[in-house]
Design a protein around this ligand. Structure first.
Ligand code: NAD
Ligand code: IPM
Ligand code: MN
Length: 358
């Protein structure tokens, strides 16, 4: 049998609660679909590790993780203990950049059994991908503070867009759009106000669009795009965005599908020179951590995306259809964010059982 070597990093807060459910479904899929998972757990990329070691990751993390087939990640961040920019730049953002995971692929789908907060919306009305640039853009380390402590105090952080960086995310998004039924690509821009980087982004979109005859292309400024996510979610198919815009859209989209707790993501290195990383879109949720009520679906759906990436298409589809059937049955099995009374582990166990029964 095929064995997939997976590095498992649960992180902080509800990351530690939803990860066991992600693993339970992953193992159920392995049994059902005939492959093996060699999962190795790491305690770093957590506030606890930081408190003990003064850094988020051990010095050898890059060599240690690079040999895995994929990284299965929970959530990191515990702002009461470690400032968020320290914990995130010291861990997750390092993984994305060092492993050149330049695509952040974030499906947004209204699942059966879930009531959208958008009145009258049914599954099928909300079914698109946010394709987020994941290694450059607004998330840059170029800049600094000047004249600190004086009244001239000034802070600058530059947005970085490279031809390679922009073109490779656009190419991925256009390729994806071309494979989809609607063949429709929307670009998120702000070239009316951000007058250097965003016009460049638009220019590269136009150049790429010229290579994809069959793909209908449009663009919206990010402000009205946010409004249209709410007013007309059915307009969208593949939405490509810079790092920051993609971050914002990928919480807004899932919120329109009932809860951010179900949203998965793949931080993908399409060239496969390094492992890709799969994680829910949500964070460590300190407000509900420790209560056992976090929705595990985002983590479990991320396992499905990971298996798709690893070539286990049937298992990936099996996990997704198990999620759909359990949510469609609804009722008390659902977690509180979906109006039910289920717990992280009860919902996780129900989905894992449904995978075994496929
Ligand atoms: P968050 O996603 O952790 O939580 C936002 C809200 O959504 C909270 O009310 C939370 O209870 C709810 N929520 C999130 N996931 C849920 C789930 N699975 N089930 C039910 N409810 C859920 O965002 P935040 O509060 O802005 O950030 C908290 C911490 O997480 C910060 O340290 C932040 O930097 C970090 N963070 C990490 C990641 C990541 O690891 N990829 C992503 C986002 C935020
Ligand atoms: C996400 C998160 C991260 C991001 C944070 C925690 C740095 O919000 O994965 O969406 O902004 O990319
Ligand atoms: Mn985010």
């Amino acid at each position: 049998t095929n064995t997939h070597r997976i590095a498992v990093i649960a992180g902080d807060g509800i990351g530690k609660e939803v990860m066991p459910e992600g693993l339970r479904s992953l193992r159920a899929a392995a049994d059902r679909y005939g492959f093996a998972v060699d999962a190795v757990e790491f305690d770093y990329a957590s506030a606890e590790y930081y408190l003990q070691h003064g850094q988020m990751l051990p010095d050898g993390w890059f060599e240690e993780l690079r040999g895995f087939d994929a990284i299965f990640f929970g959530a990191v961040g515990w702002p009461d203990v470690v400032p968020d920019h320290v914990s995130l730049w010291g861990s997750l953002l390092q993984f994305r950049r060092s492993f050149d995971q330049y695509v952040n692929l974030r499906p947004v789908r209204l699942l059966p059994g879930i009531t959208s907060p958008l009145a009258g919306r049914k599954p099928g009305d909300v079914d698109f991908y946010v394709v987020r640039e994941n290694t450059e853009g607004e998330y840059s380390s170029v800049g600094g503070r000047m004249f600190e402590g004086t009244d001239r105090e000034t802070v600058i952080q530059d947005t970085v867009m490279t031809r390679t960086g922009v073109d490779r995310i656009l190419r991925y998004a256009f390729d994806l759009a071309q494979k989809r039924e609607k063949k429709h690509l929307t670009s998120a821009t702000k070239s009316n106000g951000i007058s250097i980087t965003m016009p460049y982004w638009d220019e590269r979109v136009e150049a790429m669009a010229a290579q994809y005859d069959g793909v209908r292309t449009d663009k919206f400024h990010i402000d009205i795009l946010c409004a249209n996510f709410v007013l007309h979610p059915d307009w969208f198919d593949v939405v490509v965005a810079s790092n920051l815009f993609g971050d914002i859209l990928s919480d807004l989209g899932p919120a329109c599908t009932g809860t951010i707790g179900v949203a998965p993501s793949g931080n993908i290195n399409p060239d496969r020179t390094f492992p890709s990383l799969f994680e829910p879109v949500h964070g460590s949720a300190p407000d509900i951590a420790g209560q056992g009520i976090a929705n595990p679906v985002g983590q479990i759906w991320s396992a499905s995306m990971m298996l798709e990436h690893l070539g286990e298409a049937d298992a990936a589809a099996g996990i997704l259809s198990a999620i759909e059937s359990v949510l469609a049955a609804g009722g008390d099995a659902l977690t509180r964010d979906l109006g039910g009374t289920g717990t992280t582990s009860s919902l996780g166990a129900t989905i894992a059982a449904a995978i075994a029964d496929r």
